[in-house]
Design a protein around this ligand. Structure first.
Ligand SMILES: NC(=O)c1ccc[n+]([C@@H]2O[C@H](COP(=O)([O-])OP(=O)(O)OC[C@H]3O[C@@H](n4cnc5c(N)ncnc54)[C@H](OP(=O)(O)O)[C@@H]3O)[C@@H](O)[C@H]2O)c1
Length: 272
């Protein structure tokens, strides 16, 4: 419950545009940068001189020889039960995990997964974060919150495994906060009415991402940790999900590594 409270009522932001030095020469990609949190990140990075790509991968490859930070921000929330991608994957999982996994961590210095697990992962997700059984076509869960939660745990697993497996890349996951964006559009009207007074401007979500990617407090080896709004470590993550991040040899369940391999082995257009 502490996590939910910490998400709904975070302390004042302490790492904002005022703390950011000149970003002249820095190169950034922000997926989903045309609205909500992503758009706020783009604006903040651009103002002090950063070169920011929002989606144009071809333009990026043609013009750049370095990448400092990849903000894997694009994502969807609370799609109707049974929704699937064209490839047949559960909609949240396909969009929030399998798509971003295609963006290999080629950046020289940092990879930031801005596809955050929220407190909802603790409350509504499967034990351990996600269930392989529920990823099989015909076996998707009927609760959209559970499917969304599983994809957010999947983001955490991918960030953690990237951090372990790519020596020169820092990879972390963060929960941006509860923010007034169109991400809430699919939520039942009553829930939106109840949540309305608790939603913060999307710029606050950008502050969480900025801390994850530019603060000196975030280092290589932090991939198993979770960042809370507006840039601080989560001190009491759910034990069952933390166990998924470690190998069986280290006392965990190895679920995160298994999920990373599952995402990596998926062909782009088929389920086989
Ligand atoms: N708002 C919150 O309270 C909250 C809480 C926890 C986590 N988050 C996470 O924060 C991230 C940003 O969301 P937001 O709240 O800023 O919502 P948003 O305004 O809806 O932004 C989502 C962005 O992702 C893009 N996107 C969605 N599906 C895509 C796809 N298949 N391919 C490419 N781009 C895609 C959207 O593009 P289009 O505009 O073209 O659709 C949009 O730019 C998401 O990962 C979300 O899960 C948000």
């Amino acid at each position: 419950m502490g996590n939910v409270w910490g998400q709904l009522f975070p302390p004042e932001p302490h790492f904002t545009e005022k703390e950011i030095p000149s970003l002249e020469g820095g190169v950034f990609i922000v997926t989903g940068g045309n609205s909500g949190v992503g758009l706020e990140i783009v604006k903040i990075l651009y103002a002090p001189g950063g070169t920011v790509y929002m989606a144009a991968v071809d333009a990026f490859l043609a013009q750049e020889s370095r990448l400092d930070v990849l903000f894997n921000n694009a994502g969807i929330t609370r799609q109707p039960a049974g929704s699937a991608t064209k490839q047949g994957h559960e909609m949240h999982m396909g969009t929030n995990c399998l798509g971003p996994r295609l963006l290999s961590p080629r950046p020289r210095t940092a990879y930031a997964s801005s596809l955050p697990p929220s407190g909802i992962v603790d409350l509504t997700g499967p034990p351990g974060g996600l269930s392989f059984e529920e990823l099989k076509p015909g076996h998707f869960h009927s609760d959209m919150n559970r499917n969304y939660s599983a994809s957010k745990a999947g983001n955490w697993f991918l960030a953690s495994e990237f951090d372990k497996r790519t020596p020169d890349v820092v990879s972390v996951v963060q929960s941006p906060g509860t923010l007034k964006t169109k991400g809430w559009d699919g939520t039942p009207k009553l829930v939106r009415i109840i949540m309305a007074p608790l939603l913060y401007p999307p710029k606050f979500g950008a502050y969480t991402g900025l801390w994850a990617c530019l603060s000196a407090e975030v280092k290589k080896g932090d991939g198993q940790k979770l960042i809370n709004p507006w840039g601080r470590w989560h001190e009491t993550p759910k034990k069952e999900v933390v166990a998924s991040l470690s190998t069986k040899e280290a006392g965990g369940t190895g679920l995160a590594a298994e999920f990373f391999d599952f995402c990596t082995s998926r062909p782009r257009n088929t389920l086989d």
